[in-house]
Design a binder for this molecule. Structure first.
Ligand SMILES: *Cc1c(COP(=O)(O)O)cnc(C)c1O
Length: 289
């Protein structure tokens, strides 16, 4: 399932840009979406190499990673279990997880923090169980994300990506370094006060002048929006036909637009935005529109 992949680079017509391109990782798969597909690719390979048949992971109730893991497990003939942060709830994302056969264990926030302990308690006697960290954060995930860069057939002055944990960003940066490109990587953290991302990226690869963090496009924090962001999404999607989710990709495209308006990125410069998928993030945001 990780062989064939459809992720074209498309040129997008959106003022004021004349050279804005999008890497459509959102088209890879409807459920194993975007960077979650990239991240899971080598995690699953490792699990299989170790003869593990049961994927165990962690996430919030609206986690793209949980749906992706559940879908990937069911297609690979593996079992899956997730520890879901917080009290029991029902929503569209968890419905998909459930349909893909994932077992959901709702876990209070205190216990959820001790992930390794939770895993040990529940799976002490299950040598088939394979621990996958929240969001798939791991060195294997960075290998998969570095392949985004390897697939590019043209060079860009700037590449943009939204960040939660920063693992995808680390993979992109190592890809840029490995290919010896001169491209600048711009990271848009979607969490407030996300300077920790620098440390996270440094775990996997050497920091360099290729990297620029933009800490002011979080719109109040994780999964927070403003009327301005919502109206940006409507305008962008109506004009380009490309859907954005309010949690990740909308914040990235807003940042590209804003930095260009400010003249920090030149209108003529060649910019590539990584569309990391996550369109199910539109679920649960109905009342915002
Ligand atoms: C999970 C996710 C991200 C963040 O990826 P990290 O590797 O955690 O930084 C970005 N975009 C989308 C759509 C996601 O689902």
């Amino acid at each position: 399932m990780f062989e064939e992949i459809f992720s074209p680079v498309q040129k997008i017509a959106f003022t004021p840009f004349s050279n804005l391109y999008v890497k459509r990782d959102d088209l890879i798969d409807p459920y194993i979406s975007g960077n979650k597909w990239r991240k899971l690719k080598y995690i699953l390979a490792k699990a299989k190499a170790k003869n593990k048949t049961h994927l165990v992971t962690f996430g919030g109730a609206y986690s793209n990673h949980l749906v992706a893991t559940a879908a990937a497990a069911s297609r690979s003939g593996l079992k899956s279990t997730a520890f879901v942060r917080g009290e029991e709830v029902k929503n569209e994302m968890l419905l998909l997880c459930h349909l893909f056969g994932m077992k959901l264990i709702f876990t209070d926030r205190e216990s959820y923090r001790k992930k390794y302990q939770l895993f040990d308690i529940h799976f002490k006697n299950d040598d088939q169980a394979y621990f996958i960290d929240e969001g798939g954060a791991s060195v294997e995930a960075t290998f998969g994300c570095a392949e985004i860069i390897r697939e590019l057939t043209e060079t860009y002055e700037h590449i943009f990506c939204a960040a939660g944990t920063g693992t995808t960003a680390a993979g992109l940066l190592s890809g840029i370094q490995k290919q010896g490109l001169n491209t600048k990587l711009h990271i848009i953290p979607v969490l407030k006060g996300a300077s920790f991302i620098q440390t996270e990226i440094a775990k996997y690869t050497t920091l360099s002048g290729h990297l620029k963090l933009h800490l002011d496009y979080h719109f109040g924090g994780y999964a927070k929006t403003t009327p301005e962001l919502i109206s940006f999404i409507k305008n962008f999607t109506a004009k380009t036909g490309v859907l954005l989710d309010p949690v990740y990709t909308a914040k990235m495209f807003y940042a590209i637009h804003d930095l260009t308006k400010q003249g920090i990125i030149g209108k003529e410069e060649k910019v590539l935005a990584i569309h990391t998928g996550g369109l199910m993030g539109l679920f649960g945001m109905m009342d915002k529109f």
